[in-house]
Write a protein that binds this ligand. Structure first.
Ligand SMILES: C[S@@+](CC[C@H](N)C(=O)[O-])C[C@H]1O[C@@H](n2cnc3c(N)ncnc32)[C@H](O)[C@@H]1O
Length: 301
């Protein structure tokens, strides 16, 4: 499970948590719906375990969804394009990065976006007030080698080709269309510490609007899970979701913060995963290995 392909570098990706999150998914799903897909870390992990027949991949960031669609449906085109752009950086790679960034900001070409994400600081998507991508290049790295990128792209495509629909709607539009046999995994933008004022897609979503969307899912008995608030050392980030939603909260350990490790502290980061009541009932009745994991993580609340 540790060795899953991840072509897209992205701050906030759930790749490190995916195998734990998967413990809380039903054994078999008709369709996995991710309204905040990002790099699709959870869909990739679920497809490697053949948990779901189909996938709905949605994120407000349109070039990101176009990129995922290319990776999954046209892997050779996007791998060739990456290789070409990557090789062109030999010489003055910083100047090259800014040229590609300018090109992306006029064309929105998702193939260029792949190079920018591989090459920019922390894989962090940042936009200015005009909505132009303005993240700087990481001066110490050149971005994933083309051969490694090609390999990752081909593996993701093998897992998901022909099984997905791709959209770039606001999450509420997606939730209004979910069906009773869908499973919905939600990972909305971080609230607070990781939010950036200048970042379009990480600016956060309205808390009350999100809570009422979850209420509606409860009313329809939809099986869902939400990654939300968390804690680093003794510092908490994000609001907890209200008790009225009747969700069960488990806490997943993410890892040590690099900064804390440097300072010799052992700061532990945990993220909350909320499980809907309908999901808990379903898992209790269908998954024998669910309860031990649940008990262990729920106890840490
Ligand atoms: C924390 S990231 C998701 C990361 C993802 N789980 C992964 O593993 O890569 C949150 C995502 O929500 C998207 N987003 C922000 N506002 C949104 C909205 N109103 N509707 C849908 N997606 C939105 C952002 O573009 C971002 O990719």
């Amino acid at each position: 499970m540790g060795n899953l392909p991840h072509p897209i570098q992205y701050q906030g990706s759930k790749r490190g948590l995916a195998s734990t999150v998967l413990n809380f998914l039903p054994k078999k799903i008709e369709r996995l719906v991710e309204p905040f897909t990002g790099t699709a870390a959870i869909s990739i992990a679920a497809s490697a375990r053949q948990v779901s027949q189909e996938y709905w991949i949605n994120d407000l960031n349109k070039p990101l969804m176009q990129l995922l669609e290319l990776i999954i449906e046209h892997p050779y085109d996007v791998a060739n394009a990456y290789s070409q752009v990557w090789n062109e950086q030999i010489g003055d790679s910083i100047k090259h990065y800014y040229q590609i960034r300018d090109k992306f900001n006029t064309s929105n070409d998702p193939k260029l976006f792949l190079y920018l994400l591989a090459r920019c600081v922390k894989g962090a998507v940042r936009y200015n007030k005009e909505g132009l991508f303005n993240q700087s290049p990481d001066k110490r790295r050149k971005g994933t080698q083309p051969e490694k990128m090609r390999h990752n792209i081909e593996r993701v495509s093998k897992l998901l080709k022909g099984k997905c629909i791709f959209t770039s709607f606001d999450y509420q539009e997606v939730l209004s269309q979910v069906q009773s046999d869908d499973f919905v995994y939600m990972d909305p933008p971080y609230q607070g510490v990781c939010g950036n004022r200048d970042s379009r897609y990480y600016a956060g979503i309205d808390f009350d609007r999100f809570v009422s969307s979850l209420e509606e899912l409860n009313q329809k008995d939809i099986l869902f899970a939400v990654s939300y608030d968390g804690k680093r050392g003794s510092k908490t980030f994000g609001h907890e979701l209200p008790k009225t939603l009747n969700l069960k909260r488990v806490q997943i350990q993410v890892g040590r913060s690099a900064q804390a490790t440097l300072l010799g502290k052992t700061e532990i980061t945990v993220e909350s995963l909320y499980l809907s009541n309908a999901l808990i009932h379903h898992l209790q009745n269908t998954k024998v290995d669910f309860f031990p994991v649940y008990k262990e993580l729920a106890l840490k609340n």
